[in-house]
Every structure is written in C-alpha cells, then in structure tokens.
Design a protein around this ligand. Structure first.
Ligand code: ZN
Length: 275
C-alpha cells in the first residue's frame, strides 16, 4: 500500500553507527512485521531503539504499528520526557526505559501480544521447559513476570528482578517483551517466543512433551559461544526445566551422611597408602 513502509531487507545491514533515519525506517519495518504476523492488532505493542546515551526513539500511542511512517515516531530521554515528535509516546515506554537504564548492552526493545505465547502467560505458565535446542541456546528460558497494570510503576517493579538475567519475558495476562543489541535480534527473540509457544502447545496436544536432560542442556549452554550468543550480563539465570530436574549449571551432588563418611574414609585410606 502506498505511503506505508515497505520491508527492505538491506535496511538491516549491520552498518554502524546507523543514522536516526535508518533507525526510524527499521522501527516502521519491524512494526509491519509484527502486525503482519499477528503479534499485535489495532494499536497494540510498542518498539524502541536507543539512539545514543540520552535519547530513545519509540513508537507513538494510539496508532497501528504496522502502518507507521518514520515521522510518526517520538524521541524521549531516559526519564521518559518527550524531546521530539508531534505524537505522544505510549505509557508502556516505562518498561522500555527500565531495560535501557539497567542494561547498557540493550539497544532495542519490542513489546507485543503474540497470541499463543500470551495464551501461556494468561494461563499463568512460563515457557521454561527444556524442549528445543535453539530456544535453550538463544534464550535459556522465558520466565513469567507476575501481573501488574500495564504502563504503571508496579509493572516495572515486577520486571526489575528479571531484567539483568533474561532477554525475553512473558508478562502475566498481558503479552511478551524482548530486548537485544539491535532491533532485528530483538524482533527475532519475539518471533522465537511465539514459535516456541506454538510448538509446546502442539507437543502437549500430541502427547506428553519429552524434555531434554540436564546433561543435554549443559552441552547446549556450553555451545552458546560457538553460536555467537552473548548471555545477559546478569548471569545466574535459572535454566529450563529438564527431564531429570537436575541443575546442570551448578552440578549439584547430594549424599547421605554415611555416603559422605565412606568417601572421606576412603580418601584418607588412599592418602595413608601413598605415604
Ligand atoms: Zn501491552
């Protein structure tokens, strides 16, 4: 349709630094992708990009994000004060600003209501099962953040403990939010959440999902560097639920008192035998 942003894949070539105009066009393209894929309807969702240390470029409120033009976007500072743009930004910008203030590595944030993932969030379920290698490598798991009214400080408080540790989160009875080093990666994370939710739903309809073991998950986590995945800087995030319930990140071993005594006795005996 004339006047709308057409998606030019060259748009996302990794030229750095990008001009403000490039960022504006990228946000319009991602808005169209989110709308076309049904991740948002009507005036839902919002997208933002960090332009520089003090300025965030974001989508306006009360507009369909699939039909945006570059001049519709708004610029705010990190405190949420509008610096430029004729339209008004969304009250949900607070959620974006929380990511930018807590995570210097984050340069883009996407918020949407993808229907299958949001269905899990509305059923009070996280996407935290070790089911698909790509999801485990890319995101670890997608926890569920407790419900709070959208656009309020209560939602930011609920999100805060998760922000340093995860790049993708479900918001109970609401939707999903993703962050990343650039807008395309951030959008792909949103796409991955919805794809994972669809597959999990299909697996549950087909039978009992078969989870990967803690050992398999550990191998995938170790392979992250090979796939150029940089985990969130907070570290210490919980790993997905595995078939054996083991926590492969810490390699915990449990022993009874007598098993421990026997191990110590054996070590002492071996040490004496060597002398
Ligand atoms: Zn929302």
């Amino acid at each position: 349709m004339e006047g709308l942003c057409t998606v030019d894949t060259n748009l996302f070539s990794p030229s750095h630094p990008k001009s403000e105009e490039q960022h504006r066009r990228e946000i319009c393209a991602i808005g169209k992708w989110m709308y076309d894929r049904g991740f948002i309807v009507a005036c839902e969702g919002n997208i933002s990009v960090r332009l520089d240390e003090g300025r965030i470029l974001t989508t306006p409120t009360c507009m369909n994000k699939g039909m945006l033009q570059p001049h519709d976007l708004v610029i705010t500072n990190l405190e949420g004060r509008q610096l430029a743009g004729e339209r008004k930004f969304s009250s949900e910008i607070a959620m974006h600003l929380l990511f930018y203030s807590m995570r210097p590595d984050v340069h883009a944030v996407c918020h949407a209501h993808p229907p299958t993932a949001t269905g899990f969030a509305a059923a009070g379920r996280a996407l935290d099962q070790a089911l698909l290698p790509e999801v485990i490598i890319g995101l670890g798991q997608i926890p569920l953040v407790r419900y709070a009214t959208p656009g309020t400080p209560e939602l930011s408080s609920a999100l805060e403990p998760f922000v340093p540790h995860y790049d993708a989160l479900l918001l109970a009875n609401h939707g999903a939010v993703t962050c990343g080093p650039d807008l395309l990666t951030t959008f792909f994370r949103m796409e991955t959440i919805e794809h994972f939710a669809k597959i999990l739903l299909a697996a549950e309809l087909a039978g009992d999902p078969v989870l990967l073991s803690g050992r398999e998950v550990a191998k995938l986590m170790a392979a992250r560097a090979r796939y150029f995945v940089t985990p969130p800087p907070g570290g210490g995030a919980e790993l997905p639920e595995t078939s054996d319930g083991s926590d492969s990140s810490r390699d915990h071993v449990s022993l009874t008192r007598s098993e421990l005594d026997a191990l110590i006795d054996e070590a002492v005996r071996k040490d004496r035998a060597r002398r």
